[in-house]
Design a protein around this ligand. Structure first.
Ligand code: HEC
Ligand code: HEC
Ligand code: HEC
Length: 156
């Protein structure tokens, strides 16, 4: 008699604990998506190859400096390296759909820029599509990452 009562009590305790666990699990689950999907992020198409010309995180923050540096080297000093050439960016990052980096807001250079409200005039002069038949066979660069980082750090 007393044993049955004890067993029953243990059973209800187990049921309560199980229900509690369920409620806890159910309560915690919806919080995860809510905290990761704050603001819609721009969708960035992956480039060709397995990596960028520099570390991806670095590129996200510093591509504009690299491009300006590369342009100054080429236009003002006549130095041409392939490492950060705009042509290279376009060869790897042109959209599979439009063939361009800037034909629509989903295309590589536009996706972030339209999101961040950045306007660039580069494609008024530079082609936003790879030249027909372009292969990814650029010459190895002479500038090393360390040199470029040094230039960026020296830039105010
Ligand atoms: C008024 C026309 C014009 C505009 C606008 C312009 N460029 Fe250029 N750019 C040139 C010319 C001309 C050259 C020299 C081409 C050469 O000698 O290969 C050049 C060269 C470059 C080079 C070095 C060559 C290469 O392919 O890498 C880079 C990098 C570059 N520009 C980046 C930019 C970026 C980034 C922008 C936008 C912020 C821009 N340019 C806007 C005309 C322009
Ligand atoms: C050899 C092909 C190649 C070249 C050339 C190249 N990229 Fe990339 N880039 C990639 C790949 C692949 C990734 C994605 C790497 C990853 O997922 O970590 C990438 C990533 C990036 C990112 C980060 C995108 C994101 O997901 O947030 C930026 C910005 C970028 N590249 C800009 C450039 C610019 C600007 C140039 C020209 C100076 C350039 N890339 C040249 C292949 C290339
Ligand atoms: C991962 C997002 C992202 C991608 C992809 C991206 N950009 Fe940018 N870009 C930015 C942001 C954000 C800024 C503004 C940064 C700032 O104001 O400090 C910017 C700024 C620039 C600027 C400087 C504009 C100015 O007026 O100073 C240039 C030039 C530029 N991007 C070129 C490119 C090119 C070319 C591509 C494609 C090959 C590209 N970006 C792809 C996010 C991106």
């Amino acid at each position: 008699m007393a044993l049955t009562a004890l067993r029953r009590a243990l059973w209800s305790l187990a049921v309560v604990l199980a229900a509690w666990g369920l409620a806890f699990g159910a309560g915690a689950a919806p919080e995860q998506p809510a905290s990761t999907s704050r603001v819609p992020k721009p969708l960035v198409e992956t480039g060709k190859g397995d990596k960028c010309v520099e570390d991806t995180q670095f590129m996200r923050r510093n591509h504009m400096k690299l491009l300006k540096h590369q342009r100054d080297e080429t236009v003002h000093r006549g130095i041409r390296t392939a490492q950060h050439s705009l042509k290279g960016c376009i060869d790897c990052h042109a959209s599979r759909k439009t063939g361009s980096v800037a034909a629509s807001n989903e295309n590589f250079c536009q996706t972030c820029h339209s999101y961040a409200a950045v306007t660039i005039d580069c494609f008024e002069c530079h082609a936003s599509k790879p030249a027909p038949g372009t292969q990814q066979s650029r010459a190895p660069s002479r500038a090393t990452t360390r040199e470029i980082v040094a230039v960026i750090q020296a830039t105010p």
